[in-house]
Design a protein around this ligand. Structure first.
Ligand code: SF4
Length: 395
């Protein structure tokens, strides 16, 4: 399969994605195109996995002076509201209940506790790697309520939908999901409509796009004239995507480009989309630090309401208290960077996180903390594991 620049991209990942000749060529093209643009441009990588991939590969350190990358709202843990976490904590305190979650939710601080603290205090909270793991726990413990925390974007929601269908098929009556699933295109619309957003183009998420395809982004070009590229996650993918975006800006021809052709199709994954449609319904949803975004969340639909932990299990939830001074809300909208936060690397670090952006491995604050050798940063934190500069300089 070929993609832009006619590069063969599916033969051998090791060779193809670390090829110093291709990287040098792309670096040169990026520099040339940036020079021709003759103004500063800011490009937003929407997805948290891209944020980490960009930091890990050291791409920021070799960007032209006039090109800046900023992080967006694509870290599911970061945008899950505080009161969702408070509800999860309250549920974990109920008798005969097992709470199942992906590991990155454990340390997120709620209003007065965290799942990690509750687990240390003896509550039955288990880290699982898939919704089906939680379903298995339900099968093995018929006398307990098993509640799975459904946190994630369009990539996670179909797997949860599939588990609920399985639960019905297997007549499992003690399995529940507390849904906080979010949808990316409505969040992009929110950002695009935001008057103070200073972004010249979007690197659209790769994983989400494998499910939804390319079409749901078309409004960004049609209504707002934003250049967009759907990107893979290898360093060469990102380099190529940057070149594509800068070319669109230089030619003043915004469009939705699909760099990640080896995984993303125009219509997406119809089977996964069908599962989501069958089990979930769209609803207005609160994004932590941002607020309500119309039709940006998924609740469990009426046909599957017996599995809905929100409506089927009564629990007292404490009053919401947000961490004072945390800038996560502005960081995930690209309006501030973690370096603007007075707590960064001082009061707030991965061992003692104040906000979710420092907890999640996909959060901007943690990425800055771990890999943050960034031009203009106040200091360098941690180490860069691998830099493209090394690849470029390699013989
Ligand atoms: Fe919030 Fe900590 Fe990030 Fe500051 S450094 S924005 S307190 S998570």
């Amino acid at each position: 399969m070929k993609n832009f620049l006619n590069l063969e991209m599916n033969r051998n990942f090791q060779d193809e994605f670390s090829n110093s000749k291709i990287t040098q060529m792309l670096a040169e093209k990026i520099r040339d195109t940036a020079r021709k643009i003759k103004k500063n441009v800011a490009l937003m990588e929407v997805c948290g996995t891209h944020t980490v991939a960009i930091f890990r590969s050291g791409i920021k350190s070799i960007l032209p002076e006039n090109v800046r990358l900023i992080s967006g709202p694509g870290c599911p843990v970061c945008v899950t509201p505080n009161n969702y976490l408070d509800r999860a904590i309250a549920l974990s305190r109920l008798d005969d209940t097992v709470l199942c979650t992906f590991g990155d939710m454990m340390k997120v601080p709620g209003s007065s506790s965290s799942l990690e603290k509750e687990k240390t205090g003896g509550k039955d909270i288990r880290i699982v790697y898939s919704t089906l793991d939680a379903l298995k726990i339900a099968q093995e413990n018929p006398d307990k309520k098993i509640i799975f925390l459904g946190v994630g974007f369009e990539t996670t929601a179909p797997t949860v939908a599939f588990a609920l269908k399985e639960a019905r098929k297997e007549k499992i009556r003690n399995f529940y999901v507390l849904s906080a699933h979010k949808l990316v295109p409505p969040a992009l619309r929110f950002l695009a409509e935001s008057e103070d957003l200073k972004v010249d183009g979007f690197i659209c998420p790769g994983h989400v796009s494998t499910i939804i395809g390319t079409k749901p982004y078309e409004f960004l070009v049609r209504e707002f004239e934003f250049p967009c590229v759907i990107s893979g996650f290898e360093p060469l993918d990102l380099f190529q995507s940057l070149y594509i975006l800068l070319s669109q800006i230089q030619k003043k021809k915004p469009e939705i480009s699909n760099q990640y052709v080896r995984a993303v199709k125009g219509n997406g994954n119809l089977k996964a989309l069908g599962l989501m449609d069958e089990v979930f319904e769209k609803e207005d949803s609160i994004w932590r630090g941002i607020g309500m975004i119309p039709f940006s969340g998924l609740r469990i639909g009426d046909d599957y309401k017996e599995f809905d932990a929100l409506t089927q299990i009564n629990v007292q939830v404490e009053k919401n208290r947000e961490p004072k001074g945390c800038l996560c809300g502005l960081v995930i909208q690209g309006k501030k960077t973690p370096l603007d936060c007075p707590f960064f690397a001082r009061k707030c670090n991965p061992r003692n996180p104040i906000g979710p952006c420092m907890v999640s491995s996909e959060g901007s604050c943690q990425a800055y903390f771990k890999y943050g050798q960034v031009k203009g940063s106040r200091r360098s934190y941690g180490s860069v594991y691998r830099t493209l500069a090394c690849v470029i300089l390699a013989p």
